[in-house]
Design a protein. Structure first.
Length: 386
């Protein structure tokens, strides 16, 4: 099967969608399928020099100036997209609003190529009204067109599915399919080993260590993190990510460290060393970093949006409303019972074991892609003459 995959960026631009697309592309190829992958690039990446990875040069000013990632491909991208849509048997699009994805969808209607759409996120609770208005218009027009037009739709979580179902129907019943997690990379360690990683990473051994992983943006709740860092000087905070519309480099204090984006091999060491992952983000389904932290035995404290997206009351997660006071109340309760942290970490590791894997997720996607491609082929086949 010849599969064309489209995502917003390549993994050089660290983000959840990029990592999901990367894992699926690698597994599609490992299963013997011919795969071309189109995505925008802000710089050439040595990790993505596969000859069938087609980089689109783009303007990234929306992220650089406005704080939300929305790459705008250059005009010379159109022939690349057209050529690859013409080449493939089936198209796998990651998210409905990115320009390259929209162009590929439009061309797919002209060239009669079937589309499987994976929708990762729903609406984001921006503070700025203009962002909310633009987002609503985009989802209710272009987003609706792709969701209703694709031959199959996959939603990362039931909550994303429910949000889109309010205004967009799908051709066939949609599938709710969580992302996988690399169980060979993210796995739990013993409590004694956690202390060793604290020492290796030069983190204090006499304080609780809480980490945040993600872009430094409003969407990720970094403004809430700032309030918590100030309120809890006896907790050491590690912020791992890249610049966005919030700037932690301007914060004052001595109880936090800012680290630029890390490769996943290095990131897992911080999961192992930390007592808690804090992620007060909104509108992004169930993020990979939460799956990775739980798989490493690190308990997350997350927003209600993230907690509800999993729809599992047994999940080893703490949740709070999207306000600094709600998160601080939950942290106070966690600190009061901190002598049970080892038990919580053990429960997290048990919960994650075998729950998420890229092998299972890839298998489900390949099953859906085969269905889409075979159904489309049957419809396109001319009637037999008897």
């Amino acid at each position: 099967m010849k599969i064309l995959v489209l995502s917003n960026y390549f993994p050089e631009h660290i983000g959840g969608i990029e990592f999901v697309a990367n894992n699926l592309v690698q597994n599609y190829r490992a299963n013997g399928h011919a795969v071309r992958w189109i995505a925008c690039t802000v710089q050439r990446s040595l990790n993505n020099k596969h000859p069938d990875n087609h980089h689109l040069r783009c303007n990234n000013f929306t992220e650089d100036r406005l704080g939300f990632p929305y790459p705008l491909p250059r005009l010379n991208s159109l022939p690349i997209i057209y050529r690859d849509v013409f080449w493939c048997d089936v198209i796998h699009i990651h998210d409905c609003l990115y320009v390259a994805n929209i162009l590929a969808f439009i061309i797919s209607r002209i060239k009669k190529k079937p589309v499987l759409l994976t929708q990762h996120v729903a609406a984001i609770s921006y503070r700025q009204n203009y962002k909310k208005i633009l987002q609503t218009i985009a989802y209710r027009s272009i987003g609706k067109m792709l969701v209703q037009g694709a031959e199959r739709v996959v939603f990362i979580t039931p909550t994303v599915h429910e949000w889109f179902a309010k205004f967009a129907s799908t051709r066939k019943p949609a599938t709710d399919l969580p992302n996988g997690c690399d169980n060979e990379l993210f796995y739990p360690i013993e409590s004694g080993e956690r202390r060793e990683y604290r020492q290796k990473l030069d983190l204090p051994s006499d304080k609780q260590v809480f980490i945040f992983v993600g872009r430094f943006t409003e969407k990720k709740g970094v403004h809430i993190i700032r309030s918590l860092v100030s309120k809890y000087p006896n907790i050491f905070w590690v912020l791992i990510g890249r610049e966005g519309d919030e700037d932690p480099w301007l914060w004052t204090g001595h109880n936090f460290r800012i680290i630029d984006n890390l490769p996943q091999n290095d990131l897992r060491e911080y999961y192992w060393a930390a007592d808690l992952l804090i992620l007060p983000s909104s509108g992004e389904g169930f993020p990979l970093v939460v799956q990775e932290a739980i798989s490493c035995g690190t308990v997350p404290l997350v927003s209600g949006d993230i907690f509800d997206s999993l729809q599992d009351s047994n999940a080893p997660l703490f949740k709070a409303l999207l306000t600094p006071s709600a998160f601080s109340q939950q942290i106070d309760q966690i600190l009061e019972n901190f002598n049970h942290i080892d038990d919580l970490q053990l429960n997290a590791a048990r919960y994650a074991k075998g729950k998420w894997s890229w092998e299972y997720t890839t298998g489900e996607y390949l099953r859906l892609l085969n269905q889409v491609q075979s159904e489309y082929t049957r419809r396109a086949r001319p009637p037999r003459i008897t």
